[in-house]
Design a protein around this ligand. Sequence first.
Ligand SMILES: Cc1ncc(CNC=O)c(N)n1
Length: 223
Amino acid sequence: MQAKITVTETWLRKHRYLYDGATRHPFIRSIRDGNIDISAFKTWLGQDYIFVRAFVPFVASILTKAYKGSDDGNGDVEVILGGVAALHDEISWFKKEAFKWGVQLSSIVPQKANQEYCRFLESLISPEVEYTVAAVAFWAIETIYQESFAHCLEDDSKTPPELKETCQRWGNESFGEYCNSLRNIVDRQLEKASDDVVTKAEATLLRVLEHEVDFWNMSHGRT
Ligand SMILES: Cc1ncc(CNC=O)c(N)n1
């Protein structure tokens, strides 16, 4: 039997070009090809630490929305809670990694693309933003990192050994499974959402893709 085509599948087909731009960015390609400029990597590390700090309240707001959505017989709250727990570990990892590379986290100033991305996350925290819309952003944000870094771990990649751990952080299989769980949550929500919410959610996905590209550009020193 042919499985039903999900909404996320339709979107990924329709927006393939933009999606590949986010997951196969020159910054990621340069890690994969082994010619990454270490100063670009350090810029990314410092800026991403700031982003992840802003990401925590955003994920917490999704947790609240999932809980309030009340018909959580599907375990959405547990999946999202797992994401919150992973972020706790991730913040410690950023501190350790920054120390290793001599990046002073306390003196990092967020760059424009980062500020705009964080502001976008904050706008999604509002209780007026539907669970479905915010969850689509969450799924996309996590999945872009998963696909990008998994690409750097493929057999034919030349990722420098000292960057493998970073790539593992998001490119590992269990993070991939977590992204799949998020995708299932999102598709289940979209299936029962109004046309208006589906339209808003698609526009939100596109904005995430653009912000991710701008974020990589910033790290790459292209802005
Ligand atoms: C800019 C950006 N996008 C996605 C992620 C992955 N989510 C949490 O770590 C991230 N760290 N940074």
